[in-house]
Design a protein around this ligand. Structure first.
Ligand code: ZN
Ligand code: ZN
Length: 211
């Protein structure tokens, strides 16, 4: 069992945007809130039971933040709850402003005690982050969208679970064939490798299973 549960793990043009969640001490944490995510989560959770609702945003591409404002508005007007937006992106406030999100309906936090953002190399057009986080005695590394593992190298051997952006074709995402040796080494060290943001699930999961 992995610590995070996926709401979707498709790549940017897929049917279910890459997003995951976990619960901790009566708090709900959702990781990314792309265009398709609002409709996935709207009826999935009983939002009344949580003492706080948190959304970690890795970057502002639509498949990661496209329904963030909608979700915040829904929480605010239907449940009277403020959403904590955990995000390092330089334009997050501007993004919520231009999408008409009332300032009183959310709080932006650029860090959490148990979470450290790590900037990735994804695209020249916006800043993008992965993070390392301690959840229920597990150390997880979540790459977010990234073209490579460069920013994560010093953390890789000291984790329990790796959630990694993998692509058949590469480009702005990690080309799976390029990292098979690294992933094999991590698996041999009992680190759980969980592929995500997949453009070809059959191709990628077959390779990961074989490691
Ligand atoms: Zn993406
Ligand atoms: Zn992206």
């Amino acid at each position: 069992m992995s610590t995070l549960t996926f709401i979707g793990n498709d790549s940017g043009f897929g049917e279910k945007n890459n997003s995951a969640y976990f619960e901790k001490d009566n708090e709900l944490f959702i990781i990314d809130c792309g265009s398709t995510v609002f409709y996935e989560i709207k009826n999935k959770f009983d939002f009344n039971i949580y003492k706080s609702i948190n959304v970690i945003i890795t970057h502002l591409h639509n498949d990661h933040a496209g329904s963030l404002s909608q979700f915040i508005l829904y929480m605010w007007f239907v449940f009277k709850k403020k959403v904590n937006v955990i995000c390092n992106c330089i334009h997050i406030k501007e993004y919520l402003d231009i999408t008409g999100t009332p300032p009183e309906s959310y709080v932006i936090k650029d860090k959490l005690d148990n979470l450290k953002f790590i900037k990735t190399e994804h695209t020249d057009f916006l800043d993008s982050y992965g993070f390392i986080m301690d959840i229920n005695n597990k150390k997880i590394l979540y790459t977010g969208d990234t073209a490579n593992l460069n920013s994560f190298r010093s953390y890789l051997n000291n984790i329990n679970e790796l959630y990694i952006d993998l692509s058949k074709f590469g480009g702005a995402h990690i080309k799976v064939d390029d990292v098979l040796d690294i992933l094999k080494d991590l698996k041999d060290k009992n680190i759980q490798v969980i592929p995500m943001h997949m453009d070809d699930k059959e191709y990628i999961t077959k390779l990961i299973k074989r490691l």
